[in-house]
Design a protein around this ligand. Structure first.
Ligand SMILES: *Cc1c(COP(=O)(O)O)cnc(C)c1O
Length: 409
């Protein structure tokens, strides 16, 4: 075999060993998910609703499976997504669905038919302009429906939402429309993960100032709920929980304030891949595009079938560590589109088929999402969102059953 001639170790190949079963996988622990939902529930108490944020395919974890687990255990009171497409992709689990992206330009492209579906299916739409209020009311009226809407108010982040000084006009507009039901009022914090930042308190003050009146005035009937807190504010600012919190990152077991806070969140995701091949190269051999790494001595190298197309960032080249048999190994050479090369000097026992952990589900690991985010000059959110569709999402419980089955027969 030409591989052997090129220096690949002629050892037994155990490609079906371990949980990778020969392919890169995202192992999703639904037990960890349930645990985190419990931690968040304990933080907010029983009287505050929890909206689980499932946008971007549940931060890369697989929205359908996450939605089912949360609904089955009654671990969330609502689900939120960013777009109408994401709402349509969710399984029907009997929880209210909130769409964060503000409705605008209703008559452009697919928007109208998508909004009609949203109204039919009772998803809650986000409005932040008088134009959108009128447009959604017209669509709902034409279908003899009442659309559920929430008004998003910008209290200082200067991103989406109606300006706090113009909020009354939009809210009054909603209340005047019989085809609209005002389900809630909300805002979003710019700096909630910085405990000392005064901006969060100022945003909260402004939000209360604008919305207090609506809560009072509608006390007799169905008053709109108010919500502002993301995961960070849910954990740091109990007085900002209001009627509901919107938790994304915390559900997935990651602390927005970093790994060292001592909270008991458990990372839900572990990213593994098989060691595809192992070869020994001579001292002085260079590796990968641009030949950016050169072996300082005769070295065993392992090939792992993931690359930047899968969301393993090119900026990890020559910097990141993977875990093999419990030991850290360096990524050497450039990360390419579909492959990386790791140096096996620290793991002489490594063989083809061994499981390589690219992203560890332990906060303290050198391959934790915190560590990878640091290396990539980004945040855990982005590391999660970039993990590509080629990587199969699998519930770990299912994998365990699958491995057992193979072992048995
Ligand atoms: C993404 C998002 C959240 C969730 O934020 P986390 O920091 O992941 O908890 C909450 N609210 C809005 C409006 C969002 O877009």
């Amino acid at each position: 075999m030409c591989y052997v001639a090129n220096g690949v170790d002629d050892k037994d190949v155990r490609m079906d060993a371990h949980t990778t079963l020969g392919e890169p996988r995202l192992l999703i622990s639904h037990e960890a998910l349930r645990h985190n939902a419990g931690v968040l529930r304990a933080a907010v108490g029983d009287s505050v609703r929890i909206c689980a944020v499932l946008k971007a395919d549940a931060y890369g974890h697989g929205a359908a499976a996450v939605a089912k687990t949360l609904a089955r255990g009654r671990l969330a009171d609502a689900l939120a997504v960013a777009t109408l497409d994401e709402a349509a992709a969710l399984p029907e689990v009997g929880l209210p669905v909130i769409v964060f992206r503000p409705v605008e330009n209703v008559y452009v492209g697919r928007q109208r038919s998508q909004l009609e579906e949203a109204i039919e299916r009772g998803w809650t739409l986000t409005l932040c302009s008088a134009a959108a209020v009128g447009d959604v009311a017209r669509l709902a009226q034409a279908r003899d429906k009442r659309a559920s809407v929430q008004v998003k108010i910008d209290t200082g982040m200067s991103r989406s939402g109606v300006d706090d000084c113009d909020a009354h006009g939009v809210i009054e507009g909603v209340l005047r429309q019989p085809a609209l039901r005002l389900g809630g009022l909300y805002t979003h914090f710019a700096c909630a993960d910085d405990e000392d930042d005064v901006a969060t308190g100022e945003q909260f003050r402004r939000f209360c100032e604008v919305t207090d009146g609506y809560v009072e005035a509608n006390r007799s009937g169905r008053r709109p709920i108010r919500h502002a807190a993301n995961t960070a504010a849910s954990l740091l600012h109990p007085h900002m929980h209001m009627d509901m919190v919107r938790t994304g990152l915390g559900m997935y077991g990651i602390d927005p304030m970093g790994p060292a806070t001592g909270r008991t969140l458990k990372p839900v995701m572990k990213w593994v891949a098989p060691l595809l091949m192992v070869r020994t190269v001579r001292k002085g051999t260079s590796v990968g595009y641009g030949l950016t790494w050169t072996a300082p001595r005769d070295t065993r190298l392992g090939l792992v079938p993931v690359g930047y197309a899968d969301g393993y960032l090119r900026s990890f080249s020559n910097r990141a560590k993977v875990i093999i048999n419990g030991v850290a190994a360096n990524v050497v050479g450039r990360v390419s589109m579909d492959l990386i090369t790791v140096e096996l000097g620290s793991v002489p026992s490594a063989q083809p088929g061994d499981e390589v952990t690219l992203l560890e589900d332990e906060a303290a690991s050198p391959a934790s999402v915190y560590a990878l985010a640091e290396l990539g000059g980004t945040i855990p959110y982005e590391i999660f969102c970039r993990i590509g569709a080629r990587v199969h999402r699998v519930a770990v419980d299912e994998v365990a059953a699958e491995v057992e089955e193979r072992a048995a027969g």
